[in-house]
Ligand binder design. Structure first.
Ligand code: GTP
Length: 696
């Protein structure tokens, strides 16, 4: 089977919006117009087409597929393939959000034309900015009271620091919104009515808007010609580029993220969607128009690049795992290079495992197609993968590559969690298990002493979102405990300790003597054990007992019971008894030996320190820095990003609880932050004593 569409005719894009801007409505209209839909429904009335799971429809909840494949005819009459990738509504620092942004080549950002750029729009926007995703903007809800296209343009400049390129002007607004002026063609598109699938007439620009249209066309041309010196010089000499030339220039500028074409309409009243789809073809990039994906050779770790073509070896990225009521677990993958055929075996280079490609599906809005083969640029849903989790690379075993080197630091924060009703215990376990499979930075464990379920992750917000998803997606309500910092303990001094364990109460006794030097391991956080026994003072078979004995006592440090890191132990001498010595006796002796030594080792409490990045409008910088200082934070620097300011700081995790709320109130909701674990650092004495009181 050959490929259906050349790669140049693919558009893999997402629709990004804050809650309530109309993402669901717009996506539905797009799916309807792109012809794969047979039914149409409003959101929340129980019949919307994205709600393809029947029980979900009854509850009126939208479950979108991670990616929906459809097509649209360009102005040249030729079909293009669209893969519409779902972007999560929650924008936070979980791995999943980053992944979905990673696999799309371009995006449409929706604005509510009445509200303009809202704080949440800024969040979504900055996230996409980080990944350099080319974006167009659709000012939706032009039919709403208070809708103001021109204010939106202003806010794109002032709030987002971005350059808007108005491609259209609205004709009328609010209940009087009739259609749009196309500033390239200089024609008016007036919709006949508000029904779904309503036609529009292409007419002359209304006289009262002619001057304004000319003014904005000129602005458009001036911005566009900046993309090309020749075009600019020609323009300065009075030569206006042709419409096709302008399209090329705008395409270039959009793909290079120099500016953002802006459109307007109302998804709800079915106006303006089709021109937006034309614009996806005209201005958003095909997979072969963005920089090739980088990776490393799984064997040599040398950097390699994979281009968007079928001719290179297979390489794809798993970006989302979804549970499907019919097929079970589905792994959504984007193929970056090469071909994928049903039945072949591929390498999961991150896990070091093989996977067999069984059932392969392409998801449409209300149907799914079994496919035998897929190509570079495609997004496929694979059923029955066993080992693969979000973020893994699957590839040709003969050309092993890791597309993205992600290191997952140990979780630094944990909370105890229990279901609100006892009956939900099993459901909760299942839900947590699924969520952990999707997100490698999230862990679940059972506390051996208390039997409690403990969830651990990268931060408070991370765990909040997990609990929230459990409620929304798995219908399990849970009570959660207070978040706890994952402290560590270490030693700061060396000491040599001699210890003899002797127990002789009739029958076989126990005997072991060990002499151990304990010292800080300055090389790493690991526990290192070495034996310097010569001449059989401690027979070889007992030495693993010594190593194990010390290791077991390190899991709960003497200061407050936290795991110990960076300890080196060297066995230098000892003694044994022919009959009474055993591995167990040496284990017991070594444990006691460490306990005895502990008071002389200068045990110290360590806390996780987070690398925090705050992105904020300039006016809040002073307050935010002051607040970070009061949290024992150390400011590393600040820099401009667009019109926003990025503040970098190192802050102890213990002082970052509820930071999201403080930041929100300090900045009227306009600043965002991300944080990740950076290193462990000694806790100041006063704070350490508090911790000791609480935990020891
Ligand atoms: N007046 C007007 N209302 C709209 C338009 N588009 C969407 N809406 C309404 O806005 C509300 C939110 O629309 P959704 O499509 O559910 O928005 P969403 O962004 O998916 O929202 P969440 O699912 O909550 O994230 C719904 O009541 C829609 O009917 C529009 O063009 N005009």
């Amino acid at each position: 089977m050959a490929r259906e569409f050349p790669i140049h005719d693919y558009r893999n894009f997402g629709i990004m919006a804050h809650i309530d801007a109309g993402k669901t409505t717009t996506t539905e209209r797009i799916l309807y117009y792109t012809g794969k839909n047979h039914k149409m429904g409003e959101t929340h009335d129980g019949a919307s087409t994205m709600d393809w799971m029947e029980q979900e429809q009854e509850r009126g909840i939208t479950i979108t597929s991670a990616a929906t494949t459809t097509s649209w005819k360009g102005r040249d009459g030729k079909d293009r393939r669209f893969n519409i990738i779902d972007t999560p509504g929650h924008v936070d620092f979980t791995i999943e959000v980053e992944r979905s942004l990673r696999v799309l080549d371009g995006a449409i950002t929706l604005l509510d034309s009445n509200a303009g750029v809202e704080p949440q729009t800024e969040t979504v926007w900055r996230q996409a900015e980080k990944y350099h995703v080319p974006r167009m903007i659709f000012c939706n809800k032009m039919d709403k009271i208070g809708a103001d296209f021109y204010r939106c343009l202003e806010m794109i400049k002032s709030r987002l620091g971005a350059i808007p390129l108005a491609m259209q002007l609205p004709i009328g607004a609010e209940s009087d919104f009739k259609g749009v002026i196309d500033l390239l063609e200089m024609k008016a598109l007036v919709w006949r009515d508000e029904a779904l699938g309503a036609q529009w007439d292409v007419v002359e620009i209304p006289a009262d808007l002619q001057a304004k249209a000319e003014e904005y066309r000129e602005k458009l041309i001036e911005t566009a010609v900046e993309m090309d010196d020749d075009a600019m010089n020609a323009y300065l000499e009075g030569n206006i580029p042709s419409i096709d030339e302008l399209r090329e220039l705008i395409r270039k500028g959009t793909i290079e993220v120099k500016f953002h074409p802006v459109f307007c309409g109302t998804a709800f009243k079915n106006k303006g969607i089709q021109p937006l789809l034309d614009a996806v073809i005209d201005f958003l990039p095909a997979p072969d128009e963005i920089p090739a994906i980088k990776g490393i050779d799984a064997k040599t770790e040398a950097e390699i690049v994979r281009h968007s073509t079928d001719d290179e070896p297979l390489a794809m990225l798993a970006f989302k795992i979804m549970n499907d009521p019919f097929v079970g677990s589905l792994t959504f993958c984007r193929i970056y290079s090469g071909k994928l055929t049903k039945g072949i075996s591929v390498d999961n280079t991150v896990k070091g495992k093989k996977e067999r490609i069984g059932r392969m599906l392409q998801m449409h809005s209300n149907s799914r197609a079994d496919i035998e083969e897929a190509f570079a640029g495609d997004i496929v849903a694979l059923a029955g993968l066993k080992e693969t989790t979000t973020g893994d690379t699957l590839c040709d075993p003969l050309a092993p590559v890791i597309l993205e080197r992600m290191e997952f630091p140990e979780p630094v924060i944990q909370i105890a969690i229990e279901p609100k009703t006892k009956g939900d215990q099993e459901k909760m376990g299942l839900a947590l298990h699924r969520l952990a499979a999707e997100d490698p930075s999230f862990r679940v464990k059972t506390d051996e002493e208390s039997g409690q379920t403990i969830i651990a992750g990268m931060g408070e917000l991370h765990l909040d979102i997990i609990v929230d998803r459990m409620k929304r997606e798995f219908k399990v309500e849970a009570n959660v405990g207070a978040p706890q910092v994952a402290y560590r303990e270490t030693i700061t001094r060396s000491h040599e300790q001699d210890y003899t364990h002797k127990k002789q109460t009739g029958g076989t006794g126990q005997f072991a003597r060990v002499k151990v030097v304990f010292e800080p391991n300055t090389e790493s956080e690991d526990y290192v054990f070495e034996s310097k026994i010569v001449g059989g003072a401690v027979p070889k078979e007992y030495i693993p007992g010594v190593q194990k004995g010390i290791e077991s006592v390190l899991s709960s440090g003497p200061f407050a019971g936290f795991p110990m890191i960076s300890v080196k132990a060297t066995l230098i001498d000892g003694a044994f008894h022919d009959v009474d010595s055993s591995v167990l006796a040496f284990e017991i002796a070594s444990r006691a030996c460490f306990r005895e030594a502990a008071p002389k080792l200068g045990v110290q409490l360590l806390e996780p320190v987070m690398k925090v990045e705050v992105v904020t409008p300039e006016e809040y910088v002073g307050n935010i820095i002051g607040d970070l200082n009061s949290r024992r934070g150390q400011i590393q620097g600040q820099e401009a990003r667009g019109i926003a300011v990025v503040i970098n700081a190192m802050v102890p995790l213990a002082n970052m609880f509820k930071y999201v709320d403080s930041l929100r109130s300090m900045s009227q909701g306009r600043a965002q932050y991300t944080m990740q674990f950076d290193h462990y650092e000694p806790v100041p004495t006063a704070v350490a004593q508090e911790v000791q009181k609480k935990y020891a």
